[in-house]
Ligand binder design. Structure first.
Ligand SMILES: [Fe+2]
Length: 283
């Protein structure tokens, strides 16, 4: 029996004029937290987010889409929702259809663009790139397409540096590409927390595209002036998870002047990364 956890992180930015709560939902892979996703939805509602970031692998072609669609529909009815693809969605080669469906549900897909939205009474810049598998037919290609890099550069150019900016990207391991983009927060998934977390490997045992003892498997990390938030994901219907329960991430971003100076990522996690066991998975 897996329990859903909620991990909270705090960060501060002088670009914010008001608090901003960001829910990060990633790597659901069609998992159902209750017949109507009520466990996961209740967990999101308790956090009262201002927006929801969907960082890929929400749908999985090997799993019925029903649970994912229930979740997407309910989230988009209550919150501004933004989506980027994960590798499992790209492997379907059905992305135009999927993006149309998401748009009809009120979820905003982002692919190689940065848009401005008024959220919590302030302008927020939101960029997003496709999973790199949008550009290769190989399931395990290690080569990063120039088309993906062009998407990222376009996001960077369209970003207004005066305003707090968030980049959505499924892949946490591409940190060298994110570091100089100027985005204040990069939100990722994909690593599933390194699947197995034991005392000798608290950062996880293995993550795709990072290998054993992955560096960016779940947490809040510092990338120069930016922060990288990596969700451990919500999937419990693929490989077994050990010591690594499914996770909803909530980032509480505040104006720097509010008396909460930013800290190192480790300090952020220690101070605020409370894992609350507040719901039971019925999947
Ligand atoms: Fe993935």
């Amino acid at each position: 029996m897996h329990r859903l956890t909620v991990t909270s992180y705090r960060l501060a930015s002088p670009k914010l004029s008001a608090p901003l709560s960001i829910a990060l939902v990633s790597d659901l892979h069609g998992t159902c937290f209750g017949p109507r996703q009520e466990i996961l939805l209740d967990a999101v509602r308790r956090e009262e987010p201002d927006l929801v970031l969907l960082c890929g692998d929400i749908l999985d072609p090997a799993v019925s889409p029903k649970g994912s669609l229930i979740l997407l529909k309910a989230l988009s009815a209550s919150y501004p929702c933004f989506f980027v693809s994960g590798n499992h969605e790209e492997w379907t080669r059905q992305m135009p259809r999927l993006r149309n469906g998401l748009s009809r549900l009120g979820v905003r897909p982002l692919r190689g663009e940065t848009i401005s939205e008024i959220i919590a009474g302030q302008r927020i810049e939101l960029g997003g790139v496709d999973d790199p598998h949008a550009f290769t037919l190989s399931h395990h290609s290690l080569r990063l397409s120039k088309k993906w890099v062009r998407q990222l550069v376009r996001c960077e150019r369209q970003r207004d540096p005066e305003h707090f900016s968030i980049l959505l990207s499924h892949r946490p391991e591409l940190v060298t590409y994110y570091a100089d983009t100027g985005f204040d927060l990069i939100a990722c998934g994909h690593a599933h927390g390194g699947q197995i977390r034991l005392p000798f490997c608290p950062g996880g045992l293995f993550a795709p595209h990072q290998g054993f003892f992955p560096r960016y498997a779940g947490g809040l990390y510092r990338l120069g002036d930016a922060r990288l938030a990596v969700s451990r994901g919500l999937c419990i219907n693929r490989l077994p998870r050990i010591g690594n329960p499914p996770e909803l991430v909530v980032i509480h971003a505040q104006p720097e002047a509010a008396g909460m100076p930013d800290a190192s990522p480790q300090a952020c996690s220690r101070l605020t990364g409370k894992h609350r066991q507040n719901a039971q998975s019925q999947a």
